[in-house]
Design a protein around this ligand. Structure first.
Ligand SMILES: [Zn+2]
Length: 286
């Protein structure tokens, strides 16, 4: 079937929370063209579907919306363009998790939901059920007793990522600091530095889980945790956010050397930055 017309003659129904690239891929299958050709039909300058998901401008959204005869606001909500810069490192490059109740089962190509990429979520934004590992990883989290705090942490990170809301410190920055290495006391016999993170001070089960289950945490640069370990980090974020900067200073005392200095300057910088942005928004209101 040719694609000469700008506006598509047939539009496939959207699934709730479907990602834009997924919708484009389903249309491409329907019209029997490569997915990128489908996208470039209205945006010839875009080189990947991932770019359309992550960084799409309003004018491009308008062009896509015109091709699909859809509402631009609806198209925009199918992307990650609204996600705050500080939370973007928590967007996976491929689907990592799924909600067994909401993942559509169809005879055609399966739609891919936006929530499958979000590294701060443990529950489905549509039905509230716990998300499951998509790659056959552990089904149960060893941190289920922190569930309520983890839900609060999920909400804080979601408010920051999706709606730009912040408190005295961006929750994604707290997550980053909590994953820095610390030095346990007394030093265990077989000391593996990457298994001891600041988070283990407030969620003591973490040290044991990492040691016994041989679970690996990502390197310092990434805060995207496997789904079964994520509740620990979310609960930690909620606890620190509630306790205030004093808790970060207490946590700093569990670190040594260069890490300690870096942690200290990160706290000062972030708290300062948050204070300045609060002051400027207050001045704006006067
Ligand atoms: Zn669901």
């Amino acid at each position: 079937m040719g694609l000469s017309a700008r506006q598509l003659p047939v539009r496939l129904a959207l699934y709730p929370d479907e990602l834009l690239s997924s919708w484009i891929i389903r249309h491409a299958a329907f019209y029997a063209v490569p997915p990128l050709a489908m996208l470039q039909h209205c945006l010839p300058e875009i080189q990947s579907l991932r770019t359309a998901d992550l960084d799409i401008t309003e004018s491009r959204v308008a062009r896509i919306a015109r091709m699909f005869s859809a509402d631009p606001a609806t198209v925009l909500r199918m992307t990650f363009s609204n996600i705050t810069q500080s939370s973007r490192r928590l967007i996976a490059s491929e689907p990592r998790q799924l909600c067994c109740s909401c993942s559509p089962i169809t005879n055609e190509l399966h739609p891919v939901l936006r929530s499958r990429f979000l590294g701060w979520r443990i529950t489905c934004p549509l039905c509230g059920n716990l998300l499951q590992n998509a790659d056959g990883g552990p089904r149960r989290s060893p941190f289920s007793r922190y569930h309520n705090s983890a839900l609060m942490g999920e909400q804080l990170l979601d408010d920051e990522a999706e709606r730009g809301m912040q408190n005295w410190m961006p929750p994604s920055e707290i997550a980053r600091l909590l994953l820095m290495r610390r030095v346990p006391r007394p030093l265990p016999d077989r000391y593996e530095p990457s298994n001891y993170r600041v988070l283990g001070v407030i969620i003591p089960d973490l040290d044991d889980v990492l040691r016994v289950q041989n679970s690996k945490l990502p390197s310092r640069a990434s805060t995207f945790l496997p789904l079964h370990l994520r509740p620990a980090l979310l609960a930690g974020v909620a606890i620190v956010q509630r306790s205030g900067p004093e808790m970060l200073h207490m946590l700093r005392s569990h670190m040594m050397g260069e890490n300690k200095a870096r942690f200290g300057s990160a706290i000062d910088e972030i708290v300062d930055c948050a204070r300045q942005s609060r002051t400027s928004s207050q001045l704006h209101l006067i």
